[in-house]
Design a protein around this ligand. Structure first.
Ligand SMILES: Cc1cc2nc3c(=O)[nH]c(=O)nc-3n(C[C@H](O)[C@H](O)[C@H](O)COP(=O)(O)OP(=O)(O)OC[C@H]3O[C@@H](n4cnc5c(N)ncnc54)[C@H](O)[C@@H]3O)c2cc1C
Length: 478
């Protein structure tokens, strides 16, 4: 058999996964990554503090939905390395809510939020429905493009329950519940409940792409860091290769872009070879929202928790919109009302020096393309997030060694996609048949593989799902 060659643009979870999968069936893979770190939004870098101590820091702020039982785990199984990543679960203790002013185990202690009998019953009716819902019902919700808000309204009108469910939705998909796909929320929620394996890869999220890229290199492929692709060469409606920023051209049988669907279509493909309707359709897709992340190193361990979901006040849809408008008006809140806080060094002690603690706190903020500069408000965001953390840990300020804040603008400079968290969002009208396709119409040998083209999963697992599905398509085409 003649060895086929595949070029991959980008080393995010989608790119490194499809590269490794193709290597496993004999493709010669050449991967180009514009950054010096591998992994895109799942990259990890090393920070050295003033005392020369090292911390492993993620570019994003992560918890992996299902670890070895999810789609990232399946990629490693598929390439014959099921144990290459050591996972550490975010359990013992399990993730916990900090709701207004108290810790609440969810759902066991939902009564603590102060529900009357009727609301309490409606909450449990909802939980029972989630457990018993059939695949057919989920498919129907998807086809009818039912949003999470509309789905929840059939069970409860209670704002407290709505707030908790919306929080979980925000944590998964980083969009508002009136846009989120109910079917996708139920699928992901049920998968997490079933697997009970949410956690973190030992060594930081970057270990995933680094391990996959090493597999590519160990199997005859090449991985080029700091090498940006400037265009995809298309001749006679067939993708032939790529041109690098330095002008060099490299040719291949297959070209797979992990550089985001909108970015690939707008910036890497000559528009004259594309149908205008396709360009317009791709540009209509909406991204998920963005977050600001405050990463705090402490001089001692102040908590045994591994993951805290901070909800500083109840909210309904109107207040979410009002808050967003206020933020755009440059009114950074005094405290951030909604934070996702992995205490990353409790999940993986290897990421921080012994005796210290590393806490991440990520919360929603305006998108850079809404004309707002989070970068100019770094101090404000930092203050807002620390004020919220102080509600959970009153003495946190006494122990802060340093704080590092990452804004959506940092993410945008790093991977593009408008600085958003996930990619093209899992909105009700962007799922199922409406998800971007792997193939670019009328262009052969060119595929798109990233979270944007994933059909189900949270963040990194959505990107790995995309790689697994594309792998099946390519295998069937051989
Ligand atoms: C703050 C934050 C928090 C998050 N939290 C979580 C979480 O808790 N759990 C979770 O699972 N997910 C989380 N995510 C989402 C998750 O990180 C992403 O959905 C996922 O990693 C996207 O993977 P991807 O394969 O689509 O590509 P990306 O990560 O977008 O990678 C694309 C790669 O392509 C490269 N590239 C782009 N253009 C070029 C070019 N022209 N030439 C060469 N290379 C190029 C980029 O540099 C990048 O490395 C979070 C993301 C952020 C930003």
């Amino acid at each position: 058999m003649i060895m086929k060659k595949a070029i991959i643009i980008g080393s995010g979870i989608g790119g490194s996964s499809i590269g490794a999968l193709l290597c496993s069936i004999g493709y010669k893979v050449e991967l180009f990554e514009k950054n010096s770190l591998l992994g895109g939004r799942y990259s990890t870098y090393t920070k050295v503090d003033d005392d020369g101590r090292e911390y492993k820091m993620d570019v994003g702020c992560h918890l992996v939905g299902n670890c070895e039982k999810g789609s990232i785990g399946k990629v490693f199984n598929e390439i014959g390395l099921p144990n290459a990543i050591k996972w550490s679960y975010a359990s013992h203790p399990r993730p916990i809510f900090y709701y207004i002013n108290q810790f609440i185990k969810f759902p066991q202690e939902i009564h603590k939020i102060g529900l009357n009998n009727r609301d309490f019953k409606s909450a449990f009716k909802l939980f029972d429905k989630l457990k018993s819902i059939t695949d057919e019902e989920i498919r129907e919700l998807e086809e009818n493009q039912v949003t999470l808000s509309d789905f929840l309204k059939d069970y409860t009108k209670n704002e407290k329950i709505f707030s908790l469910m919306s929080f979980i939705n925000g944590m998964y998909f980083v969009i508002s519940p009136d846009k989120a796909s109910a079917s996708e929320w139920i699928r992901c929620q049920n998968e997490i409940q079933r697997n009970k394996s949410s956690g973190y890869p030992i060594g930081g999220t970057g270990i995933i792409a680094n391990t996959l890229c090493k597999y590519i290199e160990d199997n005859g492929g090449t991985v080029h860091k700091e090498t940006e692709v400037s265009k995809i060469i298309i001749d006679n409606q067939t993708a032939k290769g790529v041109e690098l920023k330095n002008g060099e051209q490299i040719f291949s049988d297959l070209i797979i872009s992990n550089a985001g669907v909108i970015n690939t279509v707008n910036n890497l493909i000559e528009h004259s070879v594309l149908d205008n309707k396709y360009i317009a359709r791709i540009n209509k897709y909406e991204y998920s929202l963005a977050t600001v992340q405050v990463k705090v190193a402490l001089d001692k361990k102040i908590t045994d928790q591994k993951m805290i979901m901070f909800l500083g006040e109840e909210f309904d849809l109107d207040s979410v919109e009002e808050r967003y408008e206020n933020m755009l008006d440059e009114q950074i809140p005094d405290f951030h009302p909604v934070l996702f806080c992995p205490i990353v060094s409790n999940i993986d002690p290897s990421v921080a020096p012994e005796g210290t603690q590393l806490i991440y706190a990520g919360g929603g903020c305006p998108m850079p393309n809404d004309g707002f500069s989070n970068k100019n408000h770094k101090d404000g965001w930092e203050k807002a997030c620390i004020n919220s953390l102080e509600r959970i840990f009153p003495d946190i300020r006494d122990h802060i060694l340093w704080i590092e804040t990452t804004t959506p603008e940092d993410i945008m400079n790093f991977v593009d996609e408008a600085g958003c968290v996930i990619g093209i969002s899992q909105a009700a009208d962007q799922m199922g048949a409406n998800r971007p396709d792997f193939q670019v119409p009328n262009i052969s040998n060119l595929y798109l593989c990233c979270a944007d083209t994933g059909t189900t999963g949270i963040g990194g697992e959505l990107a790995a799902n995309s790689a697994l599905n594309l792998f099946d398509i390519i295998k069937n085409d051989i």
